[in-house]
Design a binder for this molecule. Structure first.
Ligand code: UFG
Length: 337
């Protein structure tokens, strides 16, 4: 298939482009480079030893994006574009609603106009809200409670709804919603990985900066959660496994019986903050200093998925373990400075 990858220069988009090409697909990447660098596309080209067509376009800019639809004969679109920082979304809700919803609507309207019917959306475990009981299944009752904790999360849930409404109204339109748990790690080459601007908010990139001496210590947000060691438990998934999940999900477009598909992409294994610290030290031989501090607002005890549906229906399963995730995160961190 020829696939438009919106947000292709970002962390998950860039890894997915690599796996799409390796599986025989071709790609057209677009990105406004707001939260990504052109260098990541150049490095994808190095990994693949081939050029990757790239347009610097903001997906809310319909005129410019339309030129891409008019020029390229696309079979599908994968939507990675969108702002993604939970805390920032609380401070700048309108920017999040405008950018995330507007870019999705723009893409869907252009797909309609140019007869492109296959879409995949980068959704998140955040749509289950704070009361979901782990292991979380795709049809969790928690979805009905609608207790999402940030404007970022609301945009994920809204775009899911927009896509499902569209699929109900137009049977040609095939929608795949992929709900990611906690993507971490980097490509084995060390050329692409997670490179957040400023001080990282998420655990793994923060640990990477502590392990390499760029930050003095990790603040562990609370050790009084109801978990085995009191620290928060999450379902970390290697970004290459996640990318392969997208490739596997392309087979949904061949299904003639239904046109909406929803999958959790996670390992199904819970890892605590202190487990991750230990695994990082083991994988890299570097010390990760930490201090226990107050809980962070909005965090929950544990969040991990039931990954069976993706395994049964897509034949996809996560292969990398926690030590691989730490090793590749560190490898990227030292390669890129
Ligand atoms: N944590 C720390 N110190 C830090 C950062 C995180 O102790 O400096 C802890 C958190 O309290 C939590 C765990 O590490 O227990 C994971 O935190 P992250 O910020 O890495 O990830 P979250 O689970 O909070 O959020 C992630 C994504 C969101 C997504 C959410 C969905 O970042 O985009 O999962 O579940 F919405």
């Amino acid at each position: 298939m020829k696939i438009l990858v919106a947000g292709g220069a970002g962390y998950i988009g860039s890894h997915t482009i690599v796996e799409l090409y390796k599986s025989g697909h071709t790609v057209v990447a677009v990105d406004n480079l707001y939260n990504a660098k052109l260098k990541s596309i150049k490095n994808v080209e190095k990994i693949l030893k081939r050029p990757v067509p790239f347009y610097k376009i903001d997906c809310t800019d319909k005129k410019r994006l339309e030129k891409v639809f008019a020029k390229e004969k696309l079979d599908a679109v994968i939507m990675f574009q969108g702002y993604k920082a939970v805390g920032e979304s609380v401070k700048k809700p309108i920017a999040y609603y405008r950018n995330n919803i507007d870019s999705a609507l723009t893409i869907i309207e252009l797909m309609d106009k140019y007869n492109v019917h296959n879409i995949m959306f980068s959704s998140s475990a955040t749509v289950y809200g704070k009361n979901a009981k782990s292991p979380i299944k795709e049809d969790s009752d928690a979805l009905k409670l609608n207790d999402i904790t940030s404007p970022y999360g609301e945009t994920k849930a809204m775009i899911e709804k927009i896509l499902v409404d569209k699929a109900n109204a137009d049977k040609k339109f095939k929608v795949v919603l992929l709900r990611y748990f906690n993507p971490v790690g980097a490509h084995d080459s060390g050329l692409i990985g997670e490179d957040p601007n400023g001080t990282p908010n998420n655990l793994m990139p923060y640990i990477a900066k502590v392990a390499t001496g760029k930050l003095p210590y990790l603040k562990v947000y609370g050790d009084d959660y109801k978990t085995k060691d009191g620290t928060g438990v999450r379902d970390y998934i290697h970004v290459v496994d996640l990318a392969l999940g997208h490739v596997a999900a392309l087979k949904c477009y061949k299904n003639k019986k239904k046109n909406t598909f929803i999958y959790n992409l996670g390992t199904g294994k819970g890892t605590s903050v202190l487990d991750l610290v230990k695994a990082y030290e083991k994988a890299t031989g570097r010390k990760v200093k930490y201090k226990i501090v107050e809980r962070r607002a909005g965090d929950v005890d544990r969040l991990y998925c039931d990954p069976k549906k993706a395994k049964t229906e897509l034949g996809w399963d996560a292969k990398y373990d926690i030590v691989d995730m730490c090793r590749t995160s560190y490898n990227f961190e030292i390669n890129n400075k």
